[in-house]
Design a protein around this ligand. Structure first.
Ligand code: FE2
Length: 330
């Protein structure tokens, strides 16, 4: 790494390792209180290599870089020169609050709600290629961000659940969820259909869904059941690796609120329901492969959304973890 700053790759508690591979990669700034200018110069000088690390390792944790607030986090992200992936153009079902055009709250869902492992927006045709997380304020207890390598998950699935894995690859997946007619911040998936599809009226929402290949059904209470086109479940990433690019676990275990029944939220691409026990086995394997990122104030993590899933553990106290998304390159 070229140096305007002294940075080293370090080990971290419970870090995973396979051959020459660690998860996550951890880069520690060796100087006390580095200036923001030096940090940004270092990022700019090393951004290609850092990006390559994220692709290879799945996640890179930056510790000790003294990122003090959301404005500094915005500058840190900007120094990578990635194209922004704005929340208002996404089809995410989470309710979020923007702090800067690039930076928003990771999820407004209450502390006692678990956000299960997922690739960001894998349940929609438009998804970010990478994500940054920033911890301004860790929780008093809990609140880790679990992360899981999906290439490792897929390898396990091929040997332990060969039929299900083959069907996922052959048929793809379709996701369905009910969106409220107004944002519901009490739910981890409470984003309204108006906000999701950037529409004021039902015909406008229908036009956007048609463009995206969705099918839909309007419910009596003004809610919308929207179903995606068939989305590939297995994707190839750098190095010829394949990953299980999915929202399967989150959808089955977490897409539950007053409007949504998780068992109806996901099918194979031909409409065949998924076997519940098999999906729960996938979730178990993913949990075995999960690393819990325990936040310290000032930490930044860069997660390759094609390689690693993320989620959120429940917590107590205030927890301020912010996020920023990077557009897909192709
Ligand atoms: Fe997420």
């Amino acid at each position: 790494m070229s140096s305007s700053l002294s940075v080293s790759a370090v080990d971290i508690d419970h870090q995973q390792s396979w051959d020459d591979d660690v998860f996550p990669m951890v880069l520690q700034c060796d100087q006390d209180f580095p200036s923001l200018a030096n940090v940004l110069t270092w990022v700019a000088a090393n951004r290609k290599q850092l990006c390559a690390h994220a692709e290879k390792f799945g996640a890179v944790l930056f510790r000790g870089f003294s990122i003090a607030d959301h404005n500094q986090f915005d500058k840190f992200v900007t120094a990578f020169e990635f194209e922004n992936f704005p929340y208002d153009q996404s089809l995410s079902n989470a309710v979020r609050v923007n702090y800067t055009p690039r930076v928003f709250s990771a999820n407004e869902a209450p502390a006692d709600i678990t956000i299960y492992l997922h690739h960001e927006m894998a349940q929609t045709p438009i998804y970010p290629s990478k994500l940054f997380f920033y911890c301004e304020d860790p929780a008093d207890q809990g609140g880790a961000t679990p992360i899981c390598r999906s290439d490792k998950l897929l390898t396990e699935m091929v040997s332990r659940l060969p039929e299900f894995t083959a069907s996922s690859e052959r048929l793809g997946l379709k996701y369905s969820n009910v969106m409220p007619a107004a944002n519901d911040a009490k739910s981890g998936m409470g984003r309204s259909w108006q906000s999701t599809f950037r529409a004021e009226t039902q015909p406008q929402a229908e036009q956007r869904m048609t463009e995206l290949g969705y099918s839909w059904q309007w419910l009596d209470d003004g809610c919308l059941r929207a179903t995606t086109p068939v989305l590939p479940a297995i994707r190839e990433v750098s190095g010829g690796r394949k990953t299980f690019f999915n929202q399967l676990i989150a959808a089955f275990k977490g897409w539950k609120d007053s409007r949504n029944d998780p068992s109806k939220s996901i099918t194979f691409g031909d409409g065949t329901p998924l076997d519940r026990d098999t999906v729960l086995q996938v979730a178990e394997i993913a949990e075995e492969l999960t690393y819990d990122l325990q936040w310290q104030a000032g930490d930044v993590a860069l997660v390759d959304n094609m390689v690693a899933m993320h989620g959120r553990r429940t917590f107590s106290g205030t927890r301020k973890v912010l996020a920023s998304l990077v557009a897909t390159a192709d």
